[in-house]
Design a protein around this ligand. Structure first.
Ligand code: GDP
Length: 297
């Protein structure tokens, strides 16, 4: 019942890339996301990233932005994809240089490839004396994944998520990759995007973090997300600042939905509050009917 009108080319404006970090357990996904969250934010953006809202945006020195999904691992990526959500523009795949190319590394690579999402490799832990980044790149070459050092086209960078060595350069490579993709969205329409996290807060009620992918989301908007709907009462960014409106590629935490949406649900802003409510209740009725049917069988 929701039809997304195609945008006229002149209405499309450049937008920041949305990045997911994947890789084998213990290879350093969380450390990399933490390092970027803590260190890679330019001065002048009011304060550091204080809130864990499931996604965050950083601004680099050249003032370009990158949005990160702050849920490392490909479980989140595949769960969202299973729900039909396409939120990732670029995947950073972290590989520990003191280890091998492990099963989950291979899985992450095939997930990214299946989704048609370009990969940037972060060869991590190069501060360790036993690190052997060349061995990793050779292993990738054997899988037909030729990184730049090996004469190929795939971006990779040697980093230490612990000391921060190479992380800035890694992010510059992510931006290079983004440039090739020419990512664009129309900011001048009702917002739509994807839910990345949702929970019930004792004091605040239902809190959802959404990633705006098109349009501009504003306080007072009527939102439909999965089987829930509501009018946006307040919005807060990853720095804890209250915000009144947000454009494409920005993660934002919203208050006002009447239930818990789910990670991977698409959200839409509708002109009409009643329509949003009707669609949401029709969907939850369908869901109840389906679950009754599965219980019977
Ligand atoms: P994840 O499971 O992929 O999220 O991995 P973590 O970020 O939790 O890292 C696993 C372990 O490796 C932790 O003990 C980290 O402190 C350590 N670690 C991560 N990155 C580096 C690095 O660049 N250098 C070193 N020496 N240790 C690292």
């Amino acid at each position: 019942s929701i039809v997304e009108e195609p945008d006229a080319p002149e209405d499309l404006k450049p937008r920041a890339p949305i990045v997911t970090v994947m890789g084998h357990v213990d290879h350093g996904k969380t450390s990399l996301l933490d390092y970027i969250r803590k260190e890679n934010v330019i001065a002048g953006e009011s304060g550091g990233i204080t809130q864990h809202i499931g996604a965050y945006g950083v601004t680099l020195e050249n003032r370009e932005r990158i949005a990160f999904l702050d849920t490392p691992g490909h479980e989140a990526f595949t769960a969202m994809r299973a729900r039909g959500a396409q939120v990732t523009d670029i995947a950073i795949i972290v590989i520990a240089a003191d280890d091998d190319i492990m099963p989950q590394t291979k899985e992450a690579i095939s997930h990214a490839q299946a989704a048609g999402v370009p990969i940037v490799f972060a060869i991590n832990k190069i501060d360790r004396p036993t690190a052997n980044p060349d061995k990793i790149k050779e292993g990738l070459a054997q899988m037909n994944l030729l990184v730049e050092d090996w004469g190929g086209k795939i971006q990779s960078h040697d980093i230490s998520a612990k000391t921060g060595l190479g992380v800035k350069e890694l992010l510059e490579k992510v931006l290079l990759e983004a440039e090739i993709l020419e990512l664009k969205a129309n900011p001048d329409k009702l917002a739509s995007g994807t839910v990345v996290e949702a929970y019930l807060d004792k004091g605040k009620g239902y809190v959802s973090t959404v990633l705006v992918q098109a349009g501009t989301l504003k306080i007072g908007d009527y939102v439909l997300a999965g089987t829930t709907s509501g009018k946006i009462k307040a919005m807060q960014d990853e720095r804890g600042n209250a915000v009144t409106e947000v454009g494409p590629s920005r993660p934002i935490s919203i208050l006002g939905l009447d239930g818990a949406s789910q990670a991977g649900d698409k959200f839409y802003v509708l002109e009409d509050e009643r329509e949003a409510k009707q669609i949401a209740s029709r969907r939850s009725q369908l869901q109840r009917e389906q679950s009754v049917r599965t219980q019977r069988h």
